[in-house]
Unconditional design. Structure first.
Lengths: 272, 313
């Protein structure tokens, strides 16, 4: 009895997942559809006359955008980790006076809408010449992840046993040494989680790209897709093929680092 | 999971002698310094610039030269008097409230369902995360094509059911509904994961005891699940609210706030004022944006208030 009940559950779960992921399937389906079948009614539910023309278009036109996104993503990730890991250690283990206020400011910083940050950055970059530059976008994108990064590092590092840190200190290790040789290696999971999300968020960023880098020499892939749509382009197979390629980092991360993703989602709910 | 939700209270370095304490303080500040400088340069300064923008009368020329005259709250008054203000406010509230209600209830239903043990449960739950992880421009453009009036698969499905095609993105009646649907789709996974981890933390013994007392499934849900889930619910809704208020990408990519403002929210209005026109009005855009920050902060404070009450109660 329970056995059939369980099977029924699995079947329902598969159906629900199918419904939820239908738009993703449709994106892939359209990316493989031939130009002449695009406006067919009803549309083909399967790419029966599959074509890779859309993907050839991606290779021809979108590679520079993808490269830019990769560099911006890596840069923002490095910056995020470099800023958050020491701060996390300070908040978790050293607890300086004023640390609580700092934590609160981080929470508040997460509430600021991207569009407002973008306008402020625009005003600053316009005069400092950082508009439409890769470093400018790296800095702006890193603001998406730094508060999250500090909070995750702090939450994780506060779980490191105090005796361990004291033992290091008794052995004559200074704060810097303790941080480098004890805290950082032990916090690998937190650092991976922070890096994954920092990369994903800056890879996916559209707000900063559209405001700070529109028309720049090096534009990220989100703008690549946006220009495609904006040009009233009717090559939906190429648009969706670009979308599929732009989704690859998310897919890879989900397959290879699932537990970090789940940890990261719940860590977003870290509270003081 | 619960350890992540509730920040550990284990102190790293044990409180030592006062002398020790002072050096720890210095070291603490030193380790905090990069992040503090970062916060000042890349959060406080842009925010300050934004407030400054909203208090001056900017033209393109004065924007570049930086000599715009100070006009006090004139931009805010202009925004409040603008005919777009009313609709934008209504749409922001409707977009946020409807999205949250559906994201939460669908997320909770799925979380309860996935909380049972069955084959593939963990794998399928992981797959549910996909919509949340995709870049917003990918989701938004996919939904644009799904909801396309002539060639969209949604209208094809409706046609098969004998329903007349709907102009999802191009009619003022449906544009807001369309972007809400897309936003719910994106937000459900996040609610599912948080609520699921909350459910896992509820001890099974509670349910067993209730079942022994003869409580049915619905009563167990109402009297155990919901009350025990309340802290997780609060943080989920707060994060959802904070995220939904900010949503700009999806709406802008799918409808650009149109047709005729029918899906304009504060976020898209702010962007259109500052960047969407040939003649940008940064002052007004910044003013609209700051109204949005105030709203988000107000809700954050309400959350903190209710949390504190619960702790002290």
């Amino acid at each position: 009895m329970t056995c059939t009940g369980k099977r029924w559950h699995t079947a329902l779960a598969v159906v629900l997942t199918g419904v939820m992921l239908f738009p993703v399937y449709w994106m892939i389906n359209v990316s493989l559809t031939r130009e002449q079948d695009m406006r067919k009614t009803p549309p083909d539910l399967f790419p029966l006359h599959g074509t890779l023309a859309g993907y050839q278009e991606v290779l021809r036109e979108q590679l520079p955008y993808l490269g830019t996104s990769l560099i911006i993503g890596l840069g923002a990730t490095l910056l995020t980790v470099a800023v958050s890991a020491p701060a996390g250690y300070a908040l978790a283990a050293l607890r300086p006076r004023g640390g609580g206020v700092f934590g609160f400011l981080l929470l508040a910083a997460q509430m600021v809408p991207g569009i407002i940050m973008a306008m402020g950055f625009y005003a600053i970059y316009l005069r400092s010449g950082l508009l439409q530059t890769v470093p400018g976008l790296i800095v702006a994108d890193s603001t998406l992840a730094v508060p999250f990064g500090v909070l995750v590092c702090a939450a994780f590092m506060s779980g490191i046993p105090g005796e361990l840190l004291q033992a290091a200190r008794i052995d004559g290790a200074g704060h810097l040494r303790t941080f480098r040789s004890v805290v950082l290696p032990m916090s690998r999971n937190a650092l991976v989680t922070v890096s994954l999300f920092a990369f994903l968020w800056s890879w996916s960023d559209f707000v900063f790209a559209a405001t700070l880098d529109n028309g720049g020499r090096y534009e990220p892939i989100t703008l690549g897709i946006y220009h495609y749509i904006g040009n009233n382009n009717q090559q939906w197979n190429a648009i969706m093929a670009t979308a599929v390629v732009a989704s690859l980092p998310a897919a890879l991360i989900l397959v290879l680092a699932q537990r970090f993703v789940a940890a990261g989602v719940t860590a977003g709910a870290v509270k003081e | 999971m619960t350890t992540l939700l509730e920040r550990g209270t284990t102190t790293g370095a044990a409180p030592a002698a006062p002398r020790r304490r002072r050096t720890t303080n210095w070291a603490g500040w030193a380790f905090l310094a990069p992040a503090a400088i970062y916060l000042v340069l890349f959060y406080a300064y842009p925010l300050y610039r934004n407030i400054d923008l909203s208090l001056r009368d900017y033209t393109v020329r004065s924007f570049v030269r930086g000599d715009a005259p100070f006009t006090g709250l004139a931009n805010y008054l202009a925004v409040l008097r603008d005919p777009t203000f009313g609709p934008a406010l209504v749409h922001t509230v409707a977009f946020t409230a409807v999205s949250l209600v559906f994201q939460y209830s669908i997320g909770l239903a799925l979380a309860v369902f996935f909380n049972r043990r069955f084959r593939l449960s963990a794998t399928l739950r992981a797959l549910f995360l996909v919509p949340w992880l995709l870049p917003l421009i990918v989701s938004a453009s996919t939904w644009s094509w799904l909801l396309n009036s002539e060639s969209g698969v949604v209208n094809a499905g409706l046609h098969a059911l004998g329903v007349a095609p709907v102009d999802w993105l191009t009619s003022p009646t449906w544009s807001l509904v369309s972007v809400i649907i897309a936003n719910i789709w994106i937000g459900v996974p996040f609610n599912l994961v948080l609520l699921h981890s909350g459910l896992q933390a509820i001890p099974a013994s509670l349910y067993e005891a209730a079942a022994l007392d003869g409580a049915g499934g619905w009563r167990r849900f109402r009297h155990i699940t919901l009350p025990m889930l309340r802290p997780v619910t609060a943080i989920t809704l707060l994060l959802g609210l904070n995220y939904t208020l900010k949503v700009f990408d999806i709406i802008w990519i799918m409808t650009r706030g149109g047709p005729v403002d029918s899906s304009t929210t504060f976020a898209t209005w702010s962007y259109r004022l500052g960047f969407g026109n040939l003649l940008p009005s940064f002052g007004l855009g910044a003013a609209v944006g700051n109204l949005l920050v105030l709203t988000a902060l107000a809700f954050g404070l309400i959350y903190l208030r209710t949390q504190r009450k619960r702790v002290s109660a």
